[in-house]
Design a binder for this molecule. Structure first.
Ligand code: ZN
Length: 431
């Protein structure tokens, strides 16, 4: 419960100078921050406010780190630090602005406990980062008593601090995928390193220009080291990959091929439902899930529904077989066998008198090289499927971030190998 009662300055409670010194050093030990001097403390409506200054007298530019001359002060700026006994703890300091010769600008001074743009101390931010890797949005927000949107900007800074070397170094096989968020209205393009199963790059958008930005960042030398790139069959990504790395092999993501086959079956099913007599309609509707499944995952009941189809609806059953046989081509181990089987499949699908499959056959013919490249390399975004699943969960959690930058930071925090540990503090230790 908040109290509105004014509480006296703590140091006025001590009667002697020795007592004041002892209280200051107690407070400094409690804060556990480096290069900080404590002057006083008081309570306000939400917790303890500790007045501090950096130990260095002369201000440093927060952009270049150079000592500069003080320009003016921003009175009473506060930074939230780790809670103390369940109470919010704020640092308060009249932060200076520095007139920096090197930057030719007036810049806020660097303070030892926080990033220049942040209203939180680094240990507080790291604590949020640890929680954001592991818990849901409400837990992080409630426990830390900060808005979810604020969590987004905090983890951007955490990720920037934790970035260990350049994640774009040493890439040979990568996967490109798009993730939708905001109820499929917005997209981010994500690049995954197949060797480490880590997200190495992400940016809002899903067109050729988005992916081109990745290759620009990678540069010609590192581009030339790329051996294979897995993508879905989107013309935009294919264009960007072929232009940037003509030598790299394009591999089509098998899960994307499978999704197209699933979609074709479903289209046939919906057509059949529309044309069926009212009594047959319900039975056809119930076949939706069995038709999507792999044969070995079917329950006895589902298997019966499917076998009934062989008599009641041969078109739909044909669609199911077409889907399954395309999947089995992808399961082949030898490329030449797969190539023959894929040719046979294209012929079959073209003659199937099922329009969705005739269209799919044209797509598959156009992209046959990339599909067979999967059989040869075994590379697929699905190989990092666990990562993809994780990334998709994260996009759901990121709901509430106003911009893509929060989502991208959360993706990098959780999927790029950053190890966060809980923030502990012991007597005598500093953060
Ligand atoms: Zn500077």
């Amino acid at each position: 419960m908040r109290t509105a009662t004014p509480v006296p300055w703590l140091l006025t409670l001590t009667k002697t100078p020795e007592g004041a010194v002892r209280l200051k050093s107690l407070l400094r030990d409690l804060l556990g921050l480096k290069d900080i001097r404590v002057h006083d403390a008081s309570f306000d409506g939400v917790g303890l406010v500790v007045d501090v200054t950096p130990t260095s007298r002369r201000p440093r530019c927060s952009r270049c780190g150079r000592v500069g001359s003080g320009y003016d002060r921003q009175r009473g700026r506060r930074w939230r630090h780790l809670d103390l006994a369940g109470m919010q703890l704020h640092l308060r300091y009249d932060v200076r602005r520095v007139s920096c010769k090197r930057c030719a600008a007036v810049v806020v001074e660097a303070v030892p406990w926080a990033e220049p743009s942040s209203w939180f101390t680094r240990p507080f931010e790291d604590h949020v980062g640890y929680l954001a890797q592991r818990s849901d949005k409400t837990t992080v927000s409630d426990l830390m008593r900060i808005a979810w949107e604020t969590v987004g900007s905090i983890i951007q800074r955490v990720v920037a601090r934790r970035r260990d070397g350049d994640p774009l170094d040493g890439l040979t096989t990568i996967g490109v995928d798009e993730l939708s968020y905001r109820r499929h209205h917005e997209y981010v393009t994500v690049v995954v390193d197949h060797a480490t199963a880590r997200v190495v790059w992400a940016r809002p958008g899903k067109n050729a220009a988005t992916l081109k930005a990745f290759f620009d960042e990678l540069g010609p030398e590192r581009c030339s080291k790329l051996e294979a790139v897995t993508v879905d069959m989107s013309a935009a990504y294919i264009k960007a990959v072929t232009e940037a790395t003509p030598a790299a092999k394009i591999v089509f993501d098998r899960f994307h091929v499978q999704r197209l086959a699933h979609a074709a079956v479903d289209e046939v099913r919906r057509d059949e439902v529309r044309q069926a007599a009212p009594d047959g309609r319900a039975a056809l509707k119930r076949t939706r899930w069995p038709l999507q499944k792999n044969p070995w995952n079917l329950t006895q009941g589902e298997r019966e529904k499917l076998s009934a189809l062989t008599k009641t609806n041969r078109r739909l059953y044909r669609a199911y077989l077409l889907k399954e046989s395309l999947v089995s081509v992808l399961d082949r181990k030898q490329v030449n066998v797969a190539a023959t089987k894929l040719d046979e499949w294209i012929t079959w699908a073209t003659r199937s008198r099922l329009e969705p499959f005739r269209r799919l056959a044209r797509t598959v013919r156009g992209y046959a090289d990339g599909i067979l490249a999967y059989v040869q390399s075994g590379l697929s975004n699905g190989r990092t499927e666990a990562l993809n699943g994780k990334a998709r969960t994260i996009t759901r959690r990121a709901y509430g971030f106003h911009s893509a930058s929060g989502l991208i930071a959360l993706l990098k925090l959780c999927c790029s190998g950053i190890k966060m540990v809980p923030v502990y503090h012991y007597p005598g230790s500093t953060h």
